[in-house]
Design a protein. Structure first.
Length: 365
């Protein structure tokens, strides 16, 4: 418990007090936000606002985790390192995207295929390490079984080791890509992705701590215990990320003085996916990350409906005034702060439903 509090507090203090230095540095070297001409008109005033704030978020989380563990006299586990690897790895993909945008002053950074390839490389390395690194008892951080609140009977290895590993890698890539892109799509208004990510990742601090207190490795006779390696360390990492996000939100809330950029959104989405995979709650991501599902769904609906109507009538029609969904409400005249707070409320309800379902399953298991 002490490590969880220390990691979160140190990460919060870092981003709260260090972010102004990042703002000054990014302004000095010209890492400012590029605003598309076809975007909401209210966003044009944000042109030039420092971006790549995800560097501060990721640095704060990493410093918080290592500092908390060192102060508490503990070594860091493989599971915790895997989550940090995912966050840093996808953060680097996002950084490359952000750098191209700011350097060339255009809305397109990496090409779609380049971004997919970058996410794929990180996801594949994560998947192989999470499944193949085993402790002396033969337990690995991840499982090849599809999970909801714990592993289900759907085991990808039932197809054989070779096919099973391939299927597992594909499954992990799908989770990582969909989650990181979902957070990226939600990062369209001041503080929206920051606050929503803090709530979703905060859920995994609770889940990890609960799994630790009811672990099969500590309480083997408990009938509904959890077979999750290093669950306390996963809670420590989640706490550090949440602390880092809260400190960053002080500077990212409307009117934002800095944006997280793709560096932050892809890194946070990757961390969220990694936490779900290693706590063996993969499908629980749907309710916990419900807000990201909603905004991503709005983009998919918009594009599919436009293409179908264009194919059938020759003129594409739209369901929303603009997608993602938060821009639709901007076009309807809602104030940004109103949209953000209401979307936070939706995100909080989604997180509560996910954590509630997790607890109910344990109660009736």
């Amino acid at each position: 418990m002490r490590s969880i509090i220390l990691a979160g507090a140190i990460a919060l203090a870092f981003t709260l007090f260090a972010t102004p230095a990042f703002i000054w540095l990014f302004k000095r070297i010209g890492w400012g936000q590029f605003i598309r001409d076809d975007g909401p008109q209210t966003h044009h005033t944000k042109r030039g606002t420092p971006t790549m704030g995800g560097i501060a978020i990721i640095a704060g989380a990493v410093i918080g985790v290592f500092s908390g563990k060192i102060i508490n006299g503990e070594s860091i586990s493989v599971s915790a390192l895997l989550v940090l690897f995912m966050m840093v790895g996808l953060g680097l993909v996002g950084f490359a995207d952000d750098f191209i945008k700011t350097h060339k002053q255009r809305s397109l950074g990496l090409s779609g295929w380049a971004k997919i390839a970058g996410q794929g490389v990180v996801a594949v390395i994560f998947a192989i390490l999470a499944l193949q690194i085993k402790d002396p008892s033969g337990w690995s951080p991840a499982s090849a079984a599809i999970s909801v609140t714990r592993d289900t009977s759907i085991d990808l290895m039932a197809w054989g080791a070779g096919i099973g590993i391939v299927l597992f890698v594909i499954w992990i890539y799908f989770l990582v890509a969909s989650t990181s892109n979902g957070v990226n799509i939600a990062d369209g208004l001041d503080g929206l992705a920051t606050g929503s990510s803090a709530m979703a990742i905060g859920a995994y601090a609770i889940i990890g701590f609960w799994q630790f207190n009811n672990s099969c490795f500590r309480l083997p006779d408990l009938h509904n215990c959890y077979v999750v390696k290093d669950s306390l360390d996963l809670a420590v990492v989640a706490s550090a990320i949440v602390g880092s996000l809260i400190g960053f939100l002080w500077w990212n809330t409307s009117p934002a003085q800095i944006f997280m950029g793709d560096t932050g959104s892809l890194g946070l989405g990757g961390a969220l996916a990694a936490l779900a995979i290693l706590t063996r709650t993969e499908l629980l991501l749907i309710p916990i990350g419900g807000l990201f599902v909603i905004v991503t769904g709005s983009v998919i609906i918009q594009r599919v409906f436009f293409k179908i109507t264009k194919w059938r009538t020759g003129t594409g029609r739209r369901v929303f005034l603009m997608s993602p969904l938060h821009h639709h409400f901007e076009q309807k005249g809602w104030q940004q702060i109103t949209i953000v707070v209401r979307f936070w409320l939706i995100g909080a309800l989604c997180v509560l439903s996910g954590v509630g379902f997790f607890y109910l399953e344990w109660t009736y298991a």
